[in-house]
Ligand binder design. Structure first.
Ligand SMILES: NC(=O)c1ccc[n+]([C@@H]2O[C@H](COP(=O)([O-])OP(=O)(O)OC[C@H]3O[C@@H](n4cnc5c(N)ncnc54)[C@H](O)[C@@H]3O)[C@@H](O)[C@H]2O)c1
Length: 307
């Protein structure tokens, strides 16, 4: 069932990538990782059953990976992932999210890859016209990041390579790097663990939906094994929660006693966002989401275990 797939995971040492890589290795898949380790870490990978090519997708010749490995499937996660960095350096954002994705796609085409699964984002939609946002919603990104991901999507669709595009909502879980100011659950987690102040931008009534990295791994694995192709799906919990509600839920789990510190709202932030998961759930009606509180509990315990 599984041994006829050699899976290239770009960004496979990062937050989402290492979670998927570790799960696929548990299931016996052959995993080839391409990562420049700028953010990703070898320590994120819990098994040794993988090959890691430490290459930079922008500067290096990445064809060597296709020449040496018989790649059959590709999960493309490597990216410039920060909305604020994309505004500060849109050129780099485009180099990474557009041009290196084209470079990869050309190779996937040349080497006859059977399926290309790519990570896109809710940021392609821009300001929501209605909630929850489904895949028919207009796409009007308001950040270079959203624009570069949307452009990547369009190149994928034009490439002729069989593809699945996932637009993920805000993802949380172990190994998330929040040094660039995104990843509110991880930011709250770090603050609450160390009894630091929790900062909330705006009034805290802005709505988000959060998806666990374990759910993302599971849906990607289901997609590898399915016959679906040439489709774009949102992937989200479909459950809106305000930042104040999030704070209160996490406060109980972490036994955190302080009040949040409210700061002015950040201009580049979308007020409310919930992605509809109806299209993907119609395809996988038996998909079981992880329980939110249990995931937060697991996140808390993992940090304690690391100390
Ligand atoms: N985390 C989220 O909330 C979220 C939401 C929507 C979409 N996404 C998308 O999911 C994907 C994975 O995100 P993540 O949160 O795991 O981020 P991450 O930063 O942890 O992972 C990205 C990986 O790409 C690698 N990388 C970056 N530039 C590279 C380059 N030039 N060459 C080779 N490798 C390079 C990094 O070292 C890192 O391991 C990204 O495409 C991101 O845009 C993430």
């Amino acid at each position: 069932m599984i041994n006829n797939k050699n899976i290239l995971i770009t960004g496979g040492a990062g937050f989402i990538g290492s979670t998927i890589s570790n799960k696929l290795m548990d299931d016996g898949y052959k995993i080839i990782i391409l990562d420049n380790l700028s953010v990703g870490k070898r320590e994120n990978l819990t098994k040794n059953a993988y090959k890691l090519y430490k290459l930079d997708m922008i500067k290096d010749n990445i064809e060597v990976v296709f020449e040496k490995e018989h790649i059959t499937h590709c999960i493309h996660l490597a990216a410039q992932t920060s909305v604020s960095e994309s505004s500060k350096n849109p050129f780099y954002d485009a180099q990474m999210n557009i041009f290196s994705s084209i470079k990869l796609l050309e190779l996937c085409k040349k080497y006859d890859i059977r399926k290309f699964i790519a990570a896109s984002t809710a940021a392609v939609y821009g300001t929501p016209q209605y909630l929850p946002i489904d895949e028919n919603h207009s796409v009007n990104p308001i950040s270079p990041y959203g624009l570069s991901k949307l452009t990547m999507e369009n190149y994928i669709k034009m490439s002729g390579v069989p593809y699945i595009i996932f637009r993920f909502s805000n993802t949380y879980g172990e190994k998330q790097n929040c040094s660039q100011g995104s990843g509110v659950i991880t930011i709250f987690h770090n603050a609450m663990l160390h009894n630091d102040d929790v900062k909330i931008y705006g009034d805290g009534n802005q709505i988000r939906d959060f998806i666990s990295v374990d759910d993302i791994s599971n849906i990607c694995i289901k997609m590898l094994d399915s016959d679906l192709k040439n489709e774009t799906f949102n992937f989200s919990s479909n459950q809106g929660i305000t930042i104040n509600e999030l704070f209160n839920k996490m406060k109980k789990i972490y036994d955190y006693k302080k009040f949040p510190v409210y700061l002015p709202a950040r201009k580049e932030e979308i007020r409310d966002s919930i992605l509809s998961n109806k299209k993907i759930m119609d395809k996988f009606p038996n998909f079981k989401y992880k329980n939110f509180e249990e995931c937060i509990q697991k996140l808390k315990s993992s940090a304690k275990g690391n100390k």
